[in-house]
Ligand binder design. Structure first.
Ligand code: FAD
Length: 387
């Protein structure tokens, strides 16, 4: 099945492809080397209006996840970290759209869409990443709201976010468990400490930090969802929404690795011949291209289903396929690209090892690829969907 782009999406593709080549590509190696947050790239994406793409029209967007995927793919082709700026901006919007009160939607959705505000999502703790239900951070109900205590790790974007969507186990005033909730914790909230960023091998330009909550008070209005215990479902549906976009980042990465291989193959010679004339090289390249195209099609298919309004298990299945298949292809293609480069691939003088390092990250984040396979199998077998 082939998924084509409409004329608006083709225009977005042309625009982002040009900007990516002219303005983003020259910054990519430096962002990776310094591991400094690329504020200039954020400003560029904001100026182009790209943050708005998947948001509903009423919040200034185009209501198209497929358009968002196309933009992420084109940026990811030259700079994983700049593509990540879009992905992380969209990490929280599904939960606010799905479970936010009218006030929460009004306050945050237009601001996220325009790039006036930045968000971060915090579920992972040292003892539980895949198993979201195993989180230990607590939110104890008080007369005025909730008091949150605990610690998180790997919260990407937290150092510059205007708010962090925090998952916590809710306790009533007597201490009885009431299930998981998501809370919008605003920057500067008393009791919130953001720790030092991780020193990462990939995804280096968008810092991931630990968080500490010490008797942090939030009002009831900070809770997403109508009641205590509604956060787990919201979190799962939020992760589903962004999975095609995460897959698009790997499609872009794989395409970018192929682009760099074509440049390298143009000149490299061995045994008196161009290495591109060896059948071993040609077949490897053909396999890389073939698998990248299939990954693109499954990502577009998943995003198109979201745009058609398909939800629930039917969407969860294809969204997990898109994330899992595309990121496995991204890793495979980046590994083969390293092989084509030979020793040059190991040297930081060439861009390809950046693709290899970034590719590994996508197989782990937003639900590992084992968890994606569990979701697909659960849908097939009819058991409860896990993250
Ligand atoms: C660069 C980066 C950015 C991140 N950003 C964020 C962020 O912004 N917010 C956030 O909350 N988290 C973030 N994370 C954390 C990420 O979501 C978790 O690392 C991920 O969910 C996996 O959790 P874990 O590392 O604890 O692995 P674990 O859950 O401990 O898993 C370890 C291994 O066991 C496997 N495994 C676990 N359970 C099963 C199962 N049921 N079946 C089969 N295999 C299983 C896993 O697939 C994995 O291979 C980030 C991580 C990275 C690397």
């Amino acid at each position: 099945m082939s998924y084509s782009l409409n004329s608006d999406q083709k225009q977005i593709q042309d625009l982002v492809r040009r900007v990516a080549r002219e303005r983003v590509a020259p910054r990519a190696a430096d962002i990776d080397r310094t591991a400094e947050y690329p504020q200039d790239m954020f400003d560029l994406l904001k100026e182009l209006g790209l943050f708005s793409l998947p948001f509903p029209v009423e919040y200034g967007g185009t209501a198209s996840l497929l358009s968002g995927c196309v933009a992420v793919e084109e940026l990811g082709r030259v700079c994983y970290n700049t593509a990540y700026l879009l992905v992380v901006q969209w990490a929280t919007f599904g939960a606010i759209l799905g479970g936010g009160s009218p006030e929460q939607k009004k306050r945050w959705l237009s601001a996220l869409s325009s790039g006036e505000a930045r968000g971060a999502l915090s579920l992972t703790e040292s003892q539980s990443g895949s198993d979201v239900s195993g989180i230990k951070t607590t939110a104890r109900r008080t007369a005025k709201g909730y008091t949150i205590n605990g610690a998180k790790i790997w919260c990407t974007n937290s150092h510059i976010a205007d708010f962090i969507l925090v998952g916590a186990k809710t306790l009533d005033e007597s201490g009885a468990a009431k299930g998981i909730n998501l809370f919008i914790v605003e920057r500067g909230t008393k009791g919130l400490t953001i720790g030092e960023p991780e020193d990462k091998m990939g995804a280096r330009g968008v810092p991931s930090c630990p968080l500490f909550f010490d008797e942090m008070h939030v009002p009831v209005e900070a809770r997403l969802g109508p009641d205590d215990g509604t956060g787990f479902k919201l979190a799962m549906s939020m992760l589903n929404t962004t999975r095609p976009v995460v897959g698009a980042r790997s499609v872009g990465l794989a395409q970018g690795a192929i682009d760099h291989c074509l440049d390298f193959l143009a000149d490299r010679r061995a045994f008196g011949r161009h290495i591109k004339d060896f059948q071993g090289m040609r077949w490897m390249l053909a396999d890389m291209d073939m698998r990248t195209e299939v990954a693109r099609q499954i990502v577009y298919a998943a995003a198109s289903r979201a745009d058609e309004g398909i939800k629930g298990k039917e969407f969860a299945r294809i969204a997990s396929m898109a994330k899992c298949f595309a990121s496995d292809v991204g890793m495979e293609v980046a590994t083969q690209a390293m092989q084509i480069f030979g020793a040059a691939g190991i040297s930081s003088d060439y861009p390809i090892n950046r693709y290899f390092r970034d590719a590994k990250v996508v197989q782990i984040v937003e639900g590992t690829n084992q968890i994606q396979r569990n979701i697909i199998a659960d849908v097939l077998l009819g058991s409860a969907t896990q993250r």
